[in-house]
Design a protein around this ligand. Structure first.
Ligand code: ADP
Length: 401
């Protein structure tokens, strides 16, 4: 393909549109931006290109108007899309259910299928569908591709994907473990072997994607064999504002004895839990400052977070049998050496031996284990937009062939 071609990557949320114009060959973002507070009295748009950021505050009635403003900014401050050889639009889709095992060229039927999966992704899929409809209308000549956060986990082994509940109820209501952050887990677990110069087929890896949302995956020979998120991105690790694993009976208890509605509990577990629920802070930089100032609840939040991480490292080590690679990625994983050191502390008997000097500081890619550590531990930056762009190009090239 032409090295100067680009892909417009779109992540459409219920009141926001995040976008990035990506050069998939160079692996670089050419421009990026964010439309926020769509439908509110005052919305905001931020567009960055060539080291310059343009911001606008204005009422944005709906996603169509938001996208028109974005396309206008591309023309006004650059790069002009008609000169950027945009070969595809890649849409991030959170929930692909059991339907999509890989990216899909968008047509009316694919949009209808994504819409039909809305009960399993109520916060995201309706917004993705709106984003697709609008973008297809405004850029009718550019092929559009849906890239699913669940696709990497679609073929999890049945024992990892199945909840131990009444099988009929599960089948009737499509209750199973779908996972999330799959685009990141796939990208990282396939890029790390290249970085190490080792064949992906030979490696057993644990990937820890630690951002605001957080998830762990076990990857054997490049295929996911387990992941920590489930029916929704609420299961698994402790997160910024989400509880992760919890006894489901907590829900019954709060409903029956605290008079909380299901919506209240949904809000509690998704937005008022995690490290924020325990400490009041959902950003690790602020959390560490509190810990340093002697705040006991911040210390507890950090301890609970790290305890859960260790549980998953141990569990996935057992599932994989042999562990070759442990990777930290996303905002916390890439930047927080305190969390990384705490998560690996005491795991030497599992073959995980961190080098404190290598671990120190932010960013990567870098190996942070000692040279003789049986498990290679790395910090490896994720890049979901680049992964979406590359998958979109693969789909349109396959469609042409
Ligand atoms: P998202 O899930 O929204 O994509 P990110 O992967 O960007 O999130 O992660 C954001 C989180 O990363 C922040 O909430 C913060 O806790 C953490 N983070 C970012 N920078 C640092 C840093 N320098 N040190 C510690 N944590 C950081």
């Amino acid at each position: 393909m032409n090295p100067s071609s680009t892909v417009l990557v779109v992540n459409s949320g219920s009141s926001s549109i995040k976008y990035q114009l990506v050069d998939p060959v160079a692996g670089q973002a050419v421009a990026s931006g964010l439309v926020e507070r769509i439908g509110e009295k005052t919305g905001a748009v931020k567009h960055s290109h060539a080291g310059q950021t343009t911001t606008r505050q204005l009422a944005i009635a709906d996603h169509e108007e938001g996208m028109r403003i974005v396309l206008g900014l591309f023309e006004e401050v650059g790069p002009a899309l008609h000169d950027s050889n945009v070969v595809a639009v890649g849409h991030r889709v959170v929930q692909g259910g059991a339907v999509f095992a890989g990216p899909a060229l968008i047509d009316d039927e694919v949009v209808a299928q994504i819409d039909a999966l809305s009960p399993l992704g109520p916060l995201h899929n309706p917004a993705h569908v709106t984003g697709m409809r609008v973008t297809r209308r405004l850029l009718p000549d550019v092929p559009q591709v849906a890239v699913f956060d669940t696709a990497f986990f679609r073929d999890l082994p049945a024992e990892a994907a199945t909840y131990a509940i009444d099988a009929e109820v599960a089948a009737q209501h499509q209750v199973r473990r779908y996972g999330a952050h799959g685009t990141s887990h796939q990208f990282v677990s396939h890029e790390v072997p290249k970085y190490l110069g080792r064949p992906v087929e030979e490696l057993n890896q644990i990937v820890l994607h630690l951002g605001n949302g957080a998830s762990a995956s076990a990857v054997a020979g490049g295929r996911a064999v387990d992941t920590s998120m489930g029916l929704t991105p609420l299961e698994g690790l402790v997160m910024g504002t989400r509880s992760g694993d919890i006894d489901p009976a907590v829900v019954f208890h709060l409903h029956r004895n605290a008079g909380m509605s299901i919506d209240d509990i949904d809000d509690l577990l998704n937005r008022r839990s995690g490290i924020k629920g325990i400490s009041g802070e959902n950003d690790f930089r602020a959390l560490h400052s509190l810990v340093q100032s002697g705040d006991a609840s911040a210390k507890l939040a950090l301890d609970v977070y790290v305890h859960r991480l260790k549980k998953y490292i141990g569990a996935y080590h057992a599932i994989l049998g042999r562990l070759d690679v442990l990777v930290f990625t996303a905002g916390v994983g890439e930047n927080d050496d305190i969390v990384r050191a705490a998560a690996c502390a005491g795991l030497e008997p599992l073959g995980i031996v961190l080098d404190p000097a290598r671990n120190e500081g932010r960013g990567g890619p870098k190996v942070i284990s000692t040279d003789d550590s049986p498990v290679t531990v790395l910090v490896f930056p994720t890049n979901e937009e680049l992964a979406i762009a590359r998958q979109a190009v693969e789909v349109i090239e396959a469609a042409k062939a």
